[in-house]
Design a binder for this molecule. Sequence first.
Ligand code: AMP
Ligand code: ZN
Length: 113
Amino acid sequence: MDCLFCKIANGEIPSTKVYEDDLVYAFRDIEPQAPVHVLIIPKKHITSVNDINHENCSIVGHIFKVAAQIAKSEGIAEDGYRIVTNIGDLAGQTVKHLHYHMLGGRSLQWPPG
Ligand code: AMP
Ligand code: ZN
């Protein structure tokens, strides 16, 4: 499958790894929007939240468990941070492989644009 994040997860395309296990890969966003901007993805291809179902939904809990660990290791857990996932074109999803943005290290505006 011609998917950028599948290729990043399997090492075909280089990235700056933050965390990896059998199920999840986390790496630094190439165009960081905050001092900490990490992308957390399932290694198995899921297009977006729209494709989460009974069979694959356990990965979401695992991703958030990993996110909590990364927030601590990045030093943003106490000050606060945001986790966001864009779904589809109106939300600005440019890579059609489920990914959670972790943004921190600065004050974040609400609502997002
Ligand atoms: P989204 O717009 O929500 O689909 O987010 C895709 C994110 O992937 C953007 O923040 C991009 O900067 C980031 N991105 C695109 N290509 C790469 C890459 N090769 N390595 C790391 N991050 C990337
Ligand atoms: Zn993929």
